[in-house]
Design a binder for this molecule. Structure first.
Ligand SMILES: NC(=O)C1=CN([C@@H]2O[C@H](COP(=O)(O)OP(=O)(O)OC[C@H]3O[C@@H](n4cnc5c(N)ncnc54)[C@H](O)[C@@H]3O)[C@@H](O)[C@H]2O)C=CC1
Ligand SMILES: CC(C)CCC[C@@H](C)[C@H]1CC[C@H]2[C@@H]3[C@H](O)CC4=CC(=O)CC[C@]4(C)[C@H]3CC[C@]12C
Length: 366
């Protein structure tokens, strides 16, 4: 990828480009990557907003495809300079089977790696997750840690297990020779809980609050810190990494980076109230309404009901023992690795991120 004022010539592929994060990555690339000639957007389900992007100077190529199908992935990757692999099955609610989660997140990622190797694509950016590290099954806190902070990454749930396995595959693939003999350069980004325009769980909480008379009831102690990062900054970090992987291959190849910005450290619910408060909701209680053991009992009942009802219908509420454990365990990051390695600074301030999210929540129900 040569630095130039020449005609744009780069071809990028974004897998999962129609998802919550993927859409922001696609739009950010179009705004911030002047060397782009073609942007391929690969997804299981293509969104209608892609149409409006087709009128710009960059050729936007929608590709309906499935990452579990190796031949479809290879066809999409062929001729791309950079692949940003964000496609994934984000399921901590028991909607999909562990086998399906594994197939999409692990086999899908393996297919992307093999496609790069076979077709000669040299730069691969993988969207991993903080869940690769924790919270772990022991519920140990991770308090403002960085990429080198020791922590026992022990998981039982299929989502973090699959993301961890996929991340390992991506990092191990760094240095493999691709078609043409040059080495593959890979790295993985680990966002904490992403928020911003398009965040469906935030919208669900808003709708639930409206149904409950513009109130939500505190379930988690305010002292439990939960890491959050604005989607625009996560997208920006992907764009920067994709750009810097070639000139800084030695330093960045095979590395992991937490995605961070200046969003404040707060509990999951207090953080959501930064947006839902200005939308007219209030969080009732300075302490949890129900004791933790009762919440855990309800979460376990939900899991039991899910299992019992499975032959008849899909029962997948937000509360289950795993989501309760994540929400109730401190997990926050404090690092400047991305700044040191590739000059990352958040593109959106906290105030901007907050305003954009509030406007989206307000508009999302109309
Ligand atoms: N939402 C969050 O808080 C976090 C998400 N992540 C990761 O970021 C990535 C994007 O997540 P979100 O945007 O939140 O999820 P999302 O569900 O909104 O987006 C995922 C996209 O991948 C696509 N996809 C799923 N299976 C596919 C398949 N077999 N073939 C092709 N495309 C497929 C979906 O259609 C969707 O458009 C995922 O890899 C996820 O693990 C990481 C940390 C936090
Ligand atoms: C009152 C209940 C106990 C509140 C339940 C909230 C949960 C639904 C969410 C709390 C924490 C979220 C997860 C976290 O932000 C980390 C994540 C990273 C990912 O890679 C995918 C999404 C998620 C697992 C996210 C999912 C929703 C929560 C569990």
């Amino acid at each position: 990828m040569a630095e130039s004022a020449e005609a744009p010539k780069l071809v990028y592929l974004v897998t999962g480009g129609c998802g919550f994060l993927g859409e922001h990555v696609v739009r950010m690339l179009l705004e911030q990557e002047p060397r782009l000639r073609e942007l391929r957007v690969f997804d299981l389900h293509l969104s209608s907003w892609l149409e409006e992007l087709k009128t710009g100077p960059v050729q936007v190529t929608p590709i309906q495809g499935d990452v579990t199908q190796a031949h479809q992935v290879a066809a999409a990757v062929s001729g791309a300079h950079v692949v940003i692999h964000t496609a994934g099955l984000v399921d901590v609610f028991g909607r999909a089977s562990p086998e399906t989660i594994y197939k999409v997140n692990v086999q899908g990622t393996q297919n992307v790696i093999e496609a790069c190797v076979q077709t000669g694509t040299r730069f691969l950016v993988y969207t991993s997750s903080m869940e690769v590290v924790g919270p772990n099954v022991k519920g140990q806190p991770f308090y403002r840690g960085n990429e080198d902070t020791p922590y026992e990454a022990l998981h039982k749930h299929p989502y973090p297990q699959s993301k961890a396995q996929a991340e390992r595959l991506v990092l191990q693939a760094n240095g493999r020779k691709v078609q043409g003999g040059l080495p593959l350069v890979t790295c993985a980004l680990r966002p904490t809980g992403i928020y911003g325009e398009g965040h469906q769980i935030m919208r669900d909480f808003y709708l639930q609050g409206l149904r409950l008379g513009s109130r939500l009831f505190r379930a988690i102690p305010a002292s439990v810190e939960h890491g959050r990062v604005y989607v625009g900054n996560v997208a920006w970090m992907h764009v920067l990494v994709a750009r810097e992987l070639e000139p800084r291959a030695e330093l960045m190849g095979g590395q992991v980076y937490f995605c961070y910005d200046k969003s404040p450290y707060k509990s999951y619910e207090d953080f959501n109230m930064e947006f839902l408060g200005p939308c007219g909701l209030r969080l009732v209680g300075t302490r949890p309404l129900l004791p933790y053991w009762l919440l855990m009992l309800l979460a376990t009942l939900n899991a039991l009901l899910q299992w019992l009802l499975r032959p008849l219908l899909l029962y997948a509420p937000l509360l289950n023992p795993y989501t309760l454990a994540i929400a109730n365990t401190t997990f926050t990051v404090s690092t400047n690795k991305a700044q040191r390695h590739f000059g990352y600074e958040p593109l959106f301030s906290w105030e901007d991120s907050r305003t954009r999210t509030i406007l989206w929540v307000q508009g999302s129900t109309q």
